[in-house]
Ligand binder design. Structure first.
Ligand SMILES: Cc1cc2nc3c(=O)[nH]c(=O)nc-3n(C[C@H](O)[C@H](O)[C@H](O)COP(=O)(O)OP(=O)(O)OC[C@H]3O[C@@H](n4cnc5c(N)ncnc54)[C@H](O)[C@@H]3O)c2cc1C
Length: 291
């Protein structure tokens, strides 16, 4: 089992890894992309660069520095996380287990622009299958998305509800779908209902009756993962201390996902805080286990 698993290989995740690895903790970081840094052009407000540096170069330098210290850096996409005293991390390539988990997966939130989606949040529209599947047991539900994350959320729901349909909203599926889950590709016109969501209407005039719609566009973001562990409230606010710790022992968050100044310097500082807090947690846990 890994000491520390970090989701996100941007400035926050890599900064956290530098502190955990240098404290002797086995550390695995995964990120499926170069995140916000990869989109930034020239950076000229970060300490130590006399000339502007490209976001991509800073990203690559960060990873090389972490690898030099013995950090394992993966390219896996995380679908889900769970906790039973340790953390289980489900990715597109398998499962990992860790004693401590740092979520540093940036701030991108993907929600499609569909009339009714915002209005029915908390009244049928959900962003977390693990959190809300139980409310829909025995009912028919839909998942909006077209990738592997949507399939993973649909598979979780399929074990609880009567039926699950993936709605691609006009796109082709980009992942394989198990037989028990149906797919509808028409463009969505709107979500409707009375107090609670009851129907998805499509542009071709058809509709499906559902008690719930689960949004799973693109990849699971930091908020989605935090929700699965119960440390993000329904408004998307993290339950977090200054050092990145959360009410779940061994769980920390860092970087853009925690809000505030969305800049590299703040992400690096958050990572350092969360990394050192994770080391403190692991050392105390070891002492407690030895007693
Ligand atoms: C266009 C643009 C220009 C910018 N310019 C500047 C600038 O000039 N100066 C400055 O200080 N800041 C700038 N920023 C902001 C800066 O890039 C961010 O504040 C910083 O990168 C945040 O770091 P982070 O580690 O929190 O998140 P990110 O850098 O976004 O890293 C997130 C990581 O999480 C990974 N991830 C997400 N979800 C998953 C998942 N489910 N499974 C696995 N991995 C996952 C991503 O692949 C990525 O590796 C800019 C941002 C943008 C978009």
């Amino acid at each position: 089992m890994t000491d520390v698993f970090i989701i996100g290989k941007g400035p926050a995740g890599i900064s956290a890894a530098l502190y955990t690895a240098r404290a002797g903790m086995s550390t695995v970081v995964t990120g499926f992309s170069s995140g916000s840094l990869g989109k930034a052009g020239k950076i000229e407000n970060y300490y130590g660069f006399a000339e502007p540096v490209s976001g991509q170069e800073l990203f690559e330098r960060g990873i090389r520095g972490a690898e030099r210290l013995g950090v394992t850096v993966l390219g896996e996409e995380v679908f889900s996380v769970s906790y039973d005293g340790n953390f289980q991390i489900l990715t597109d390539r398998g499962e990992h287990e860790a004693k401590a988990l740092i979520i540093a997966a940036g701030s991108v939130r993907r929600a499609p622009d569909i009339p009714g989606l915002k209005e029915f949040e908390g009244a049928g529209v959900s962003y977390c299958a693990v959190c809300d599947a139980f409310f829909h047991r025995g009912n028919d539900v839909a998942v909006i998305g077209n990738g592997a994350y949507a399939v993973s959320e649909a598979e979780h729901l399929a074990g609880v509800v009567n039926s699950v349909m993936i709605l691609t909203n006009g796109r082709e599926m980009e992942a394989e779908v198990p037989e028990k889950i149906s797919v509808k590709k028409e463009k969505i016109e709107k979500l409707q209902g009375d107090q609670l969501l009851s129907e998805v209407c499509f542009e071709d005039g058809t509709s499906v009756s559902v008690s719930g719609v689960f949004v799973a566009e693109g990849t699971a973001g930091s908020t989605d993962l935090g929700r699965k562990l119960g440390v993000v409230d329904p408004e998307g606010k993290w339950m977090i201390e200054k050092d990145g710790s959360t009410p779940v022992p061994g769980l920390f968050a860092a970087g853009d996902c925690t809000g505030g100044l969305l800049q590299i310097s703040k992400a690096v500082c958050d990572g350092a805080e969360a990394g050192t807090a994770a080391v403190r947690y692991l050392r105390q846990r070891k002492k407690d286990e030895e007693r």
